[in-house]
Structures are given as C-alpha cells and as structure tokens.
Design a protein around this ligand. Structure first.
Ligand code: GCU
Length: 330
C-alpha cells in the first residue's frame, strides 16, 4: 500500500515538472500587436491574416505576437486608418477604395473595367507597378505590405433585376466611401450613398437602399442576398485589398522583425489568393441555393456599362494616362 502511494506521488511530481514548463522556458513576447479586418472570421482575408500572424510568431520565435480582430471590431476601415496614424492599431487589411480619396493615385488600380480578368490584375500587382503602389502608402505614414484578392465587384438589387445600365436609373445604391466610385454610380444614372460595410443589410431592410455592389463572398457571407436577390455579373471593377502596417509601429520594430513581417505578409497573400478562388465559387453556389437569381449580361449590355464609365479615366486618372495605358497593355 505504502509503495503504491509513493509511486503515485512520484508520477504526479514528474508530470507536474514536465507539464509546468520547467523544462521549456516560456517565451515572453517583445511585441504584442493589433490587426484589424472588417470581414467575418471565416472570410478569406481573415484566414489570410491568421496565417500571417502564425508565420510571424513562428519566425520570430514567439517574440512578435499579432492579435487579429475581425468583423469590424475596431470600427470601419476609415476609423481603423485614423487609429493607425498614431499607432493605435498596428496592422490592417483594408479595401483600396477606403483610402483612394486620400491617395488619389490609387484610383488607377481600381478604375472600372481596367483589367481583362483576375490574372491580368495579378500580373500588375505582383510586378514592379504593384510594388511601386505599395510604396505610395508611405505618404500617409503607412507601410504597404502585400495585396490580397477581393475578386470582382458587381451590382445586386432587391426588386429590379439589373440587365442594362438603364435599369439602374433612379435606384439608390450603396457604395464604398470613394469619390470615384460614387461618380461611377452617378454616371450610370443611380444615386450613390455611402453606408458602412457593416450596415448594408440594415440599409436594405429599412428601405434606405435598392442596390449595392460587391463580390460573391461578401454578398453571400454577409447575407445581403436575403434582401437583394438579383446579382448581376457585370464585374465593373476589381478593387484589391491591401495589408498595411502603421508607420508609428514600424519604426519601433527592429529591422530583423520588419523583414520577417514583410516576408510573412507576402506568403500569407499567396495563401489568401488560393482560398479566395474556392470561396468565390462556393459563395456563388450557396447564394443561388438560397434563392439568389444570377443575371448574366449580354455582350451589348456589358459594352454599354463599359462606355458609360469611361469619363472616370480622364477625370480621376488624367495625370496618369501613360501608366493606365501601360497597365492595359500589360
Ligand atoms: C469588400 C472589402 C471590404 C470592404 C467592402 C465594402 O468586401 O473586403 O473591406 O469594406 O468591400 O464594400 O465596404
């Protein structure tokens, strides 16, 4: 009996010694940093952010810990950007449209009907032009880390199916907070309004809007299809997402960590791009299953959309005509 008690005690002590971390020293992080994303937890950009944080933790041996807050917990993208100015938030993933009024050259990358398709956009963003645009964020004391995919944006509406630009006439359309995007909708004959992303469902439900525009994952995962059952595949724009670091935070980080962070951001971007493609297809099927009516445009209608928005090229990117041509021909 005594022997058994001793044996038991011995194994309890041994278990404690190994389990209480006496063998392995716990790593105390040097930096615990915050990261904002306004999409839900299982959205590709948030999964990309999680991968980013894991990679950074791994490669800094636990010295840099990045805590992701998604679902807009830190506010709208505009609010996040103003927090980043003084390092209140360290990192974010935002849509380019949220900052294009402040850095108007970014409008080049989100001009309607600029890219032939997704591959075309990635040739640009992965190349010298994409890198140059990432450096542009310095003007706002931000570090552009990498580009994330957001697919193509299309219009969706509640009662009137949009088959031609004429169908948009008289509709109130929720758009992102960007002058160029608002003007695009005005050119198409509708009235733009800028509700926060988190308020789009509410705006539909309370009759404040008749239509909105976004990609399939946003439309399906935020359940906009519940109010707006007509999804018109006009794919008027591809607005890339960007991962940013606050300049204030950046200057506090040793160069060694800065390099790791840049590398991990790029690696996470490839991962996000991979899962994006699957999510796009999955969201489209799921929305259709829930009663969404997908509307495909005739080539004629598609051409009408393209023509109507052409004045934006001169109005917003007249200074960069050469660059726009270069992108189109790339
Ligand atoms: C995209 C993007 C969001 C953005 C939203 C919008 O879905 O991922 O970051 O806020 O569009 O329309 O506001």
């Amino acid at each position: 009996m005594r022997k058994a008690v001793f044996l038991l005690l011995g194994s309890v002590i041994a278990l404690c010694l190994s389990g209480c971390g006496l063998k392995e020293e716990a790593v105390v992080p040097e930096f615990v940093l915050t990261y904002a994303d306004n999409q839900p937890e299982d959205y590709p950009t948030v999964l990309g952010a999680q991968r980013f944080a894991e990679l950074v933790k791994e490669q800094t041996g636990g010295k840099v810990v990045i805590q992701i807050k998604c679902g807009g917990e830190y506010g709208t993208e505009e609010e996040v950007l103003s927090q980043m100015e003084f390092g209140g938030i360290d990192f974010s993933r935002i849509s380019l449209a949220s900052i294009s009024d402040e850095l108007p050259k970014l409008n080049v990358l989100q001009l309607p009907y600029l890219y032939e398709d997704s591959e075309h956009m990635w040739r640009i963003l992965d190349g010298e032009i994409g890198d140059e645009f990432l450096r542009l964020f310095k003007e706002k004391d931000l570090i552009g880390l990498s580009w994330y995919d957001a697919g193509a944006r299309s219009f969706y509406s509640d009662t009137v199916p949009i088959r031609t630009p004429e169908d948009l006439k008289g509709l109130t359309v929720r758009v992102q907070n960007s002058r160029m995007v608002m003007d695009m909708v005005t050119l198409l004959g509708a009235t733009p309004v800028t509700f926060a992303y988190s308020d789009v469902s509410y705006a539909f439900e309370t009759g404040k809007i008749d239509a909105a525009e976004n990609n399939w994952p946003a439309y399906q995962m935020l359940e906009h299809y519940r109010s707006a059952k007509y999804y018109t595949v006009d794919e008027h724009s591809r607005v890339p997402e960007v991962q940013l670091a606050s300049g204030q935070t950046w200057r506090k980080l040793p160069e060694e960590y800065q390099e790791i962070i840049v590398q991990c951001a790029k690696e996470s971007a490839f991962y996000e791009r991979e899962i994006w493609a699957d999510q796009e297809a999955e969201s489209r099927s799921a929305a259709i299953e829930m009663g969404c009516r997908e509307i495909r445009l005739t080539p004629d209608a598609q051409e009408k959309f393209r023509k109507i928005v052409q004045p934006l090229y001169e109005e917003y990117c007249g200074e960069y005509t050469e660059l726009v041509r270069q992108i189109q021909a790339f």
